[in-house]
Each structure stands twice: as C-alpha cells, then as structure tokens.
Design a protein around this ligand. Sequence first.
Ligand code: C5P
Length: 403
Amino acid sequence: MQRLYRKRIVLGVGGGIAAYKSAELVRRLRDQGAEVRVVMTQGGREFITPLTLQALSGHPVHLDLLDPDAEAAMGHIELARWADLILIAPATADLMARLAQGVANDLLTTLVLATDAQIALAPAMNQAMWRDEATQANARVLQERGMRLFGPASGSQACGDVGMGRMLEADDLAQLAADCFQRLSLSGVHVLITAGPTQENIDPVRYITNHSSGRMGFALAEAAAEAGARVTLITGPVYLPTPDRVNRIDVVSARDMLAACEAAMPCDLLIAAAAVADYRPEVIAQHKLKKDPTSGDGLLLQLVRNPDILATLAQRADRPFSVGFAAETENLLEYASRKLRDKNLDLIVANDVANPTIGFNSEENAITVIDREHHQSAFAQTSKGKIARQLIDFIADRLNRTE
Ligand code: C5P
C-alpha cells in the first residue's frame, strides 16, 4: 500500500551530517507514492549536493529565497501552498532555534512561516546540543505550535559521542510522515472513561474495595488519546502512571466518581471500565471501630446501594454513546446482555473474570462485545494495550456510523 499516494511533501534539508540520509528519505517517500520537492539550507548544501536530491526527487532543488529564476518557476508562497506536509530532516539545533523565533532569513524558514501545511521536524545533532536547555525549550515551543518532532533517536553519533540526537532512519521517517495523514478515528470526540476500583470507607482506617487494577481503563484512555480524542479519565485509587494527553481526575468512592463524571459532562462517548462498589457502609464511623466484647465474634455492617454511574449517565437527555463492562464469573453473555438492556447501553464488553489469566489485575484480556441487536464480536486473548486499541477502533467505527 502506498500510504503517501499523491501527497505533496516539501523535504527541508538542514546543515548536518545526517543530510546523507535525506537522499534515502526522498526515495522512501516516493516509494510510498508522495511527490517530493526538496528545499535545502545553505548548510545542507555543504553536506550533500543539490544534484543528488534533484536526481532522486525528479525536480530541481529549491535553494534561495531571492532567486528570480526559481521564483518564476514556483515562488516560495506557491510552494508553501503546494505542500501537504513540510518535513525538515535533518533539523539542526540552529534551524530549530530560528524556527522557534519565527525568523525567516532563508527559503526554508520562510516556507514554514508561510504555510498552512503540517510541519514535522527530524532533529539531528550532537547529544550535548540536543540536551541543552535552549534546544529543549525550542523543541517545546515548536511542539506547542503544533509541529511534530520525529525522534531523535539515541545511539552512536558521527562525532564519536553516544546519546540522544541521531536522526531517525529514512524508513521510520517515511512511516511517520504517512501517519500524519491518517484520519484519526476519534478526533474532536470527548471521551469520558471511568477506571479502577472505588473505595468505600468503613471508618478512618478501613474500607471496602475490589481487585480492579485500573489497567484496562488506563489502556483505553491511552488508545483513545492516540486516536485523537479529548480524554477525561476518572479513576479510583490505582498505582498507574497517567497516559500522555489524558486529563486524569482521581476519586475515592462511587459517589465521588459519579460527581466527577457529572462535572465532566457533556461527553460524546462514555466507557465505564471502573469496578464500582455496588454497596457502601450506611454510616462511616468517625473513629476506628473497636472490637466489641458484648457482640460475640461477629460484626454487622449495614450496607446501602451506591448509585449506578453508568446507568445514571446513560439516562440523561444529553446521553453519550455508552459502553459498559460486564465482569462475570458465570453466565457471562446472558448477564452481559441483560446489563446492556437494563442500563440502556449501546455496547457491552463481556469479560470472563473467572479465568485467572484475563480480567481483574491481570496483564491480558479477552472480550466479547455485544450490541443492541445482540450481535457478538469476540476479541482473542492478548495484552490489555492491544485489546484496548482494537476496542477503541471498534467503538469509533460504531460511533462514526451513528453520527
Ligand atoms: O452491574 P455491574 O457492576 O456488573 O455493571 C458493570 C458496568 O456498570 C461497568 O461498566 C461499571 O463500570 C458500571 N457501573 C457503574 N456504577 C455502578 C456499578 C457499575 O458505572 N455503581
């Protein structure tokens, strides 16, 4: 498959030794179906000849901002409009600094200011230059402005150092360039995900909870963010790092979780992966409960029902597309279907927690998704990260169909 079929790419070549890889990159981009125009900085020309890149791209290389002949053929504004993507590889420390400042003192930096196209940079420099605070600050500024950074990678460098700063290989850069054009299946979608267990206090030192690790919900949050969604992750107490680009809200009890979900509404998609405690102690003792010598060996705790977060949100007038989980130890599909109906869901994910290799607190999962028409889709056992990506693709497909 040519993932860059008819995509127009301006390849900017800066002045670094990694420029020798740019020749290969032109080939790889064209292999993927892209049309490539090369723009070189003055420094770039010191490392690789324009003639090489002209031969490989099939077009004259663009060199100067103020060259009347070149401007007559395809002016810099025209070139800026022509591009679907400007990929700068190698992007040197100096070039990144100039871009961060908005300087336009040569053709490539001018194009970057003049274009509406996506911009990606493949940094390439000595490891100490990459680590330098100024370069790091410039990288942050450029990313905040929406430019993508491809790499750098770590390894041995032309100067003899070892560390971060190597430019990625041409193959990897071509794949990343292709990723820029993939329509993200959940872009513009606000996804609310509940995860983890809840804790229901008995007294100041004791609580009721369950075995949920939060892994499935966190993996779903990560996959949804990767698919372009704005993700709000509301989680009970877990020991997991927050995935990138996910807004995490920590809660303790089921009632806290419901309040946090209601505050985060409206959302387009709700995925309730939390293992919410169905009951909580009717009263939370103010002081630690003491062993009572008059009540024999027993202790009676009066429990009351917690609100059903999923059912509450799925009943609202601004109801999101609602996906629940059914973790069961028996009659899995039957109980799951009943929950789909009773909680007014669009999809339910059935999860056999009697099997110790999947479900609660395990690394892997295997699931069956059931929809309102009773269709079942099975996902074979694999890591929770992979299942999460498959499930997000599946849900995104359904969501996009109902829009
Ligand atoms: O009824 P059960 O707890 O098995 O339902 C499971 C589904 O409902 C899960 O998606 C879970 O996150 C959600 N749920 C909820 N609030 C509750 C109980 C369950 O959101 N109080």
